[in-house]
Design a protein around this ligand. Structure first.
Ligand SMILES: [Zn+2]
Length: 51
């Protein structure tokens, strides 16, 4: 289960586009976007590390 690192809430909405990849906290007191970097299957990340 996903847990917000800011408020500890567990209500999150997955959000993905070209620039952002993570979860949007749905807690009314928080509402922050939490980026996730633990997806290791994106080849673009590995290309950047080789530079
Ligand atoms: Zn939160």
């Amino acid at each position: 289960m996903w847990t917000c690192p800011y408020c500890g809430g567990s209500h999150g909405l997955p959000f993905h586009d070209e620039q952002l990849d993570g979860m949007l906290c749905l807690s009314s007191d928080c509402g922050r976007f939490v980026e996730e970097h633990d997806t290791s299957d994106d080849p673009r990340d590995w290309d950047a590390m080789d530079m």
